[in-house]
Design a protein around this ligand. Structure first.
Ligand code: ADP
Ligand code: MG
Length: 691
């Protein structure tokens, strides 16, 4: 019965394939490009007496087993003593097989590698890697690669799979000899081979630090693939049609005139950039960056006005209900007097209300629609959608961003050939290197100036045990007519606990400050309840607003000028910056008090220092990137493949710039190379790079 005999083998093969697939290793080329994460030096044997001089780095020794016992004190373990001419060494195995006592019988010659320490049994190695050898067995001539691996995939297996794959792939260089010469880059084949099997005379330091020419070639190739893929996505977008929205007409005019302030120069400049894009017949993909409080909303509203003036609908999406509702109120208040019909749509609307909103949107009666991501989720049909605006785009999940950028809202309410223009807004500035890589297919506009009359926020870092003084300060501020936010500690592990803390804090502050009106907002309240509290705070009827991070983004109450953040050490840097941005929006001098619980860990300390030193969102983003690294910064940990494997955006920025130029050249002059290079480096993974 050959069929049943075959089945288990097939199953086994597929599980190994699954394990490889988990590492993104599907093809021979994937395996060949699975490069070592580090190297181990097994080329030397040191005398036991000299092993362990370099604390923390492993040594390799060789000796003859003199004792081999299972011991029971201080716990059950296999204890093997071996010795060379210079002295004895104990190997301890806490997990072991019975067969190891035979394998390591007295008189056996063993080569062991591990960290040496001085423990209970004298000079010892705990769980060394070892093998039984013949006298004079040859040592490896070169460094041993260590590959990124997953559970159930041994180094030996990976090494063999990679070696086999290397015999099968097409080694042709994707880059021409002329280009390699011009860029002074090493060729592909020798670079890859060197990294998998470094020769004995290799510059070890350069290999480990990834500055070796072979590494540089890999990094360059990787960055080039990324740039090519992004530029192609951009071209694909440009090839799609969009409705031109050319009219800056009566509504735009009336709206500008009705505004109680003049646009800043920066707002005017970015508005001109957006206006230019909207006149085009291919879809805009523009990211509007501006620090917290720089006045992005009004620019967005003016973009929407242009769409409406041109006879189209616009949609504005915000990541939280509080923010969406705030936008709705503010913009409706601006635009409804000018005859614009604004619809409101979130997931929490009642069925009937939702149906009403949808009818307005479908018939085209509603010219502007404001809401949460319900706008894309609930199968909303637009009649003539011309522009989608996404506020605080970085707060949407990676998946939602991908959906938005790849699909836009093309399925809903627009003909298959045209997609709406897109404006994304963010207060989390993207440092230049990231902008050039992950966001290379976006146009970027920056509002680099705050509206006039703002006084800078003073930030103080205060020990939590001085809370009473802080409460006095809150009291004094409230008596002066200023409004205060009190942000409760973030408790990521438990929403219930978070809620409890917010309620407790509210009770504590109400009791401590009986003559003030203290409000509470948190994520579990119904939108309507939240709104009642937020309204009362906006009108100045609540002095002190106790809040969870629901107020983090976008909330705009200019009279609030004191912000207290408890357990500030638990928040991330951009979150602190966003929270702090809730104050400093009016003309009153604002203060932000960051309460912390000592002792502070080193990164928390760094974050708080940064907050104290600067209010510049770009500087904060730059330091955040430094502290966290680009992967976490992008919040893209889930899509690990999106991240660069070899290149490091901080140390290899110079390469990014070269890769960018070369990508441009190749796309115009050498499409065959583009194809070959993308096929080699990305295979089917291009999607992930576009988030
Ligand atoms: P953000 O960029 O953080 O979204 P907002 O759009 O909420 O900032 O604007 C912050 C505050 O500044 C709002 O109260 C807004 O009305 C006000 N504002 C915006 N532009 C100007 C301006 N040119 N002059 C004065 N105030 C402005
Ligand atoms: Mg905003």
């Amino acid at each position: 019965m050959p069929a049943t005999k075959k089945a288990p083998a097939a199953k086994k093969a597929s599980t190994t394939a699954d394990k490889l697939a988990k590492l993104g290793l599907r093809t021979d080329m994937d395996l060949v490009l699975h490069l070592p994460m580090r190297y181990e030096d097994e080329t030397q044997i040191v005398p036991i007496r000299e092993a362990g001089f370099m604390a923390g780095s492993p040594s390799q020794v060789e000796g003859i087993v003199t004792e081999c016992d299972i011991q029971y004190r201080p716990r059950r373990q296999l204890v093997v003593t071996m010795a060379d001419d210079s002295g004895p060494l104990v190997m301890r195995f806490l997990n072991f097989y019975g067969s190891q006592t035979k394998q390591l019988a007295i008189g056996t010659r063993v080569r062991a590698r591990g960290e040496v320490r001085h423990g209970f049994f004298g000079t010892e190695m705990v769980h060394p890697t070892y093998k039984v050898v013949e006298e004079g067995a040859p040592l490896p001539q070169s460094l041993t690669p260590v590959y990124p691996s997953g559970e159930g995939l041994s180094q030996t297996y990976l090494r063999k799979a990679i070696t086999n794959a290397m015999t099968r792939i097409d080694w042709r260089d994707t880059l021409s000899p002329a280009l390699l010469a011009q860029l002074k880059l090493a060729a592909f084949e020798p670079s890859v081979k060197l990294l998998h099997n470094p020769p004995p005379d290799v510059d070890e330091h350069a290999l480990m630090e990834r500055t070796h020419p072979a590494w540089i070639r890999m990094k360059f190739d990787e960055l080039l693939a990324q740039q090519l893929s992004l530029k192609r996505a951009q071209a694909a977008r440009r090839a799609k049609g969009a409705a031109a929205l050319p009219t800056v007409g009566a509504l735009s005019q009336a709206f500008l005139e009705a505004l109680p302030f003049k646009l800043t120069k920066a707002q005017q400049r970015v508005l001109d950039e957006i206006r230019g894009d909207l006149r085009e017949t291919f879809p805009m993909q523009r990211l509007l960056q501006g620090d917290v409080g720089s006045g992005k909303t009004v620019v967005a509203a003016l973009a929407a006005a242009q769409a409406i003036d041109s006879g189209y609908q616009a949609a504005l999406m915000a990541p939280t209900e509080i923010l969406a509702e705030q936008h709705f109120r503010k913009i409706a208040q601006w635009m409804e007097p000018l005859g614009v019909r604004v619809a409101w749509l979130t997931g929490s609307l009642k069925k009937k209300e939702k149906a009403e909103a949808q009818a307005l949107i479908e018939s085209g009666t509603a010219q502007l629609v404001i809401g949460t991501h319900a706008l894309i989720q609930e199968g909303v049909e637009f009649s003539r959608l011309g522009l989608v605006i996404v506020d605080e785009q970085h707060r949407f999940g990676v998946g939602q961003r991908l959906a938005l950028r790849n699909k836009g809202l093309e399925a809903e309410g627009t003909s298959a050939q045209t997609v709406p223009h897109q404006l994304m807004m963010s207060a989390t500035p993207i440092p230049r290197t990231l902008a050039m890589t992950y966001y290379a297919d976006l146009e970027v506009s920056v509002i680099d100036e705050l509206p006039p009359g703002r006084t800078p926020i003073v930030t103080r870092v205060v020990d939590q045990n001085r809370r009473d003084e802080v409460i006095d300060r809150v009291h004094a501020a409230a008596l002066e007519g200023r409004q205060v936010y009190w942000v409760c500690p973030l408790i990521e592990e438990s929403e219930a606990l978070q809620l409890q803390t917010a309620t407790d804090t509210h009770a504590m502050l109400s009791e401590a400050l009986p003559d003030l009106r203290v409000g509470l907002v948190h994520g579990r309240m119904k939108p309507a309840e939240k709104q009642i509290v937020m309204d009362a705070f906006t009108r100045g009827e609540v002095h002190l607003l106790v809040a969870t991070t629901v107020i983090e983004v976008g909330v705009d109450v200019p009279n609030a000028s004191l912000m207290v953040i408890e357990h500030a050490e638990r928040f991330g840097l951009s979150q602190l910056h966003q929270l702090r941005g809730r104050v400093g929006r009016g003309s009153a001098a604002s203060v932000c008090l960051l309460l912390y619980q000592s002792p502070l860990g080193p990164t928390a300390k760094q974050r708080l220092m940064t907050m104290r030193e600067t209010t510049d969102g770009f500087e904060i983003a730059r330091r955040d990137l430094e502290i966290r690294g680009p992967g976490e910064f992008l919040g893209a940990r889930q899509s690990g493949e999106a991240l660069l494997r070899f290149a490091d955006l901080q140390t290899d920025q110079w390469l990014v710039e070269i890769a960018r130029e070369v990508a441009q050249q190749l796309l115009t002059h050498d499409p065959a190379t583009v194809e070959a290079h993308l096929a080699r480096w990305l295979g089917g993974r291009e999607e992930y790079l576009k988030v």
